[in-house]
Design a protein around this ligand. Structure first.
Ligand code: IPE
Ligand code: IPE
Ligand code: MG
Length: 254
């Protein structure tokens, strides 16, 4: 597929053969988008869903294999009850509406986080969509819901402890790779690129273990304004980076 088929001219430099396999996004700035327009925060979340739809479709189209979206953090539980309820309603609507698109486009949904903390009906819907899309193989859409990176590590340690106690794991076999299997992300590869919108330059408890060697990209664009062209800009910058993983440049390593 040629880039010119579907992208603005100025972004044609993105090399489709060399895309990051896994892109994770901290979708931030919905509230500020709404405030700038003297609208309630929910209006920003609603507009943010449009960005989600556009970026998911676009990522699938260009061949990103895994897209992880930070939709609701553990800390977000401390927001006003009304906003939480509105976010959950939007999530339910999104999943109900997008299931068809996911099936048509070979998208498999995976949820990471403490899903059981969600309202029962929402948790049930999340599991239903995961189940119905489980044989899709074009792209994994990973939704981080009720997610916290520190909680994920603590939850993993609890599972490790159980397996040690049950003797299904021997301490000598526990290395970094094996430990990763106890995280919510289990078999999902680490992100190659993490994008955060809205100008904040922090990771806010997102994928703490997994971002060890991820390339980070920050943009001032608010999430509801983040669309295809912005995504391409991030991919282009990623492609200009040299990932050394602690080695030296130029392939002179052992
Ligand atoms: C991101 O936008 C969406 C969620 C965290 C659910 P915010 O709601 O954090 O928007 P700002 O940061 O207040 O602008
Ligand atoms: C991070 O955004 C969480 C999500 C995007 C879901 P926040 O708005 O909650 O993060 P802080 O408070 O700016 O760190
Ligand atoms: Mg925010």
């Amino acid at each position: 597929m040629k880039m010119a088929d579907f992208t603005p001219k100025n972004q044609s430099q993105v090399d489709l053969e060399n895309l990051p396999k896994h892109v994770a996004i901290i979708m931030d700035g919905n509230g500020r988008w709404a405030a700038q327009r003297h609208l309630p925060r929910i209006a920003g979340h609603r507009e943010g869903i449009k960005s989600v739809q556009e970026i998911v479709t676009f990522a699938r189209k260009i061949g990103i294999k895994t897209l992880t979206l930070y939709a609701f953090s553990n800390e977000n539980w401390h927001r006003p009850a009304k906003e939480i309820t509105q976010l959950m309603v939007l999530l339910e609507r999104y999943l109900n509406k997008e299931l068809k698109t996911m099936m048509e486009n070979g998208i498999r949904l995976r949820a990471i986080g403490q899903i059981d903390r969600l309202q029962k009906s929402v948790a049930k819907l999340v599991h239903k969509v995961e189940e119905e899309t489980k044989n899709n193989h074009e792209m994994d859409l990973v939704l981080a819901l009720s997610y916290g990176g520190r909680a994920e590590i603590v939850d993993a340690i609890k599972k490790v402890y159980q397996d040690l106690r049950d003797e299904t794991l021997s301490i000598k076999d526990l290395d970094e790779k094996h430990f990763s299997n106890y995280l919510y992300t289990e078999d999902i590869s680490d992100p190659d690129l993490m994008i955060r919108t809205s100008g904040e330059v922090r990771v806010s408890n997102f994928l703490l273990w997994q971002v060890a060697y991820t390339e980070l990209y920050f943009t001032k664009t608010l999430w509801p304004d983040f669309r295809e062209a912005d995504f391409l800009k991030a991919l282009h910058e990623y492609q200009g980076r040299e990932r050394r993983f602690g080695l030296v440049s130029g392939g002179q390593n052992h």
